[in-house]
Design a binder for this molecule. Structure first.
Ligand SMILES: [Zn+2]
Length: 292
């Protein structure tokens, strides 16, 4: 038997952490916990997440209709419900607007991989959705292509949503993502970001497998992927206006790395200094030959 009052207290505690971290200004953000087949606890609309009390938490059904509680449920509950519908293992969803992850959401800059071990183990490739006006079903549907393959999603020009087996875990992935985005921005300010190589990335993916954490890169479908090149969600970038601008792509890795490197160095790559000197020397020699 679930202790609903304890779960409501946990929701309030995570609300306090979200607000204390600056992840939700004013009344931003919302938290839900699924407590039954057709029952989801939901934070109220127009309330600051830093000061919630258990009695502020309402209950909605899986269509979003409020079935208990005096305070009106959050308008973004539909987004949470879509995730529960696709993932019966998920018991809690946290949505907020953490500034550093939001900076990537606004720049529509993909999250680089193979930079920080914790991020590879806990998050993996992080997708960015197509932008949609918040609140409605169309907005909720933007996460659908990604829900099965990750536990944290960036919502273009908006925020983040993460989910897990309880409210604390659901929140962790957001906190890890925002800390990572901040580190990336600080490192970029220092001048460069270094990537680890495929061997080291494989070690992390092996650990992940051993601990029972899922990662699409460990499945047959993606076994030949380039482990550090956002292969899991890269196909979605074009439609959502996502493009690498601030951070360079890591060097190609994986079984197809040779091919990728060969094709990218053919025509578009800048000429090396040695090749340039050789070309100029040849031209000068040709000119001299004509004159003589
Ligand atoms: Zn929001």
């Amino acid at each position: 038997m679930l202790n609903t009052h304890k779960i409501k207290q946990d929701i309030c505690e995570i609300g306090r952490r979200i607000y204390a971290k600056g992840f939700a200004a004013a009344n931003d953000g919302n938290i839900t916990v699924r407590i039954g087949e057709n029952e989801v606890l939901c934070t109220p609309t127009m309330h600051c997440k830093g000061f919630l009390k258990p009695e502020d938490i309402s209950t909605v059904d899986m269509t979003g209709k409020q079935i208990a509680g005096a305070k009106k449920r959050s308008s973004e509950a539909l987004l949470h419900l879509e995730i529960y519908k696709q993932r019966p293992d998920v018991k809690s969803v946290v949505h907020c607007h953490p500034p550093h992850a939001c900076a990537f959401a606004i720049a529509r800059e993909p999250i680089p991989q193979c930079v920080l071990p914790e991020v590879e183990v806990f998050l993996g490739d992080v997708p960015i959705t197509k932008y949609e006006t918040p609140g409605g079903q169309a907005f909720a549907d933007t996460v659908l292509p990604f829900v099965q393959k990750t536990n944290v999603i960036i919502l273009a020009n908006h925020g983040t949503v993460s989910y897990g087996e309880n409210v604390e875990r659901a929140y962790w992935w957001t906190e890890i993502l925002d800390a990572y985005c901040r580190m990336l921005m600080l490192a970029k300010g220092l001048g460069r970001v270094n990537y680890f190589d495929e061997g080291k990335e494989r070690e992390l993916l092996d650990l992940k497998q051993k601990w029972g954490w899922s990662d699409p890169r460990n499945t047959d479908e993606y076994k030949n992927c380039d482990v550090c090149a956002n292969d899991i969600f890269r196909d979605s970038w074009k439609a959502a206006g996502i493009e690498r601008k601030a951070f360079e792509a890591p060097p190609p890795m994986g079984p197809n790395a040779g091919k990728a490197a060969a094709s990218s160095s053919s025509s578009s790559a800048p000429m090396s200094q040695e090749a340039l000197v050789q070309m100029i020397t040849q031209r000068v020699m040709e000119e001299l030959a004509k004159k003589s």
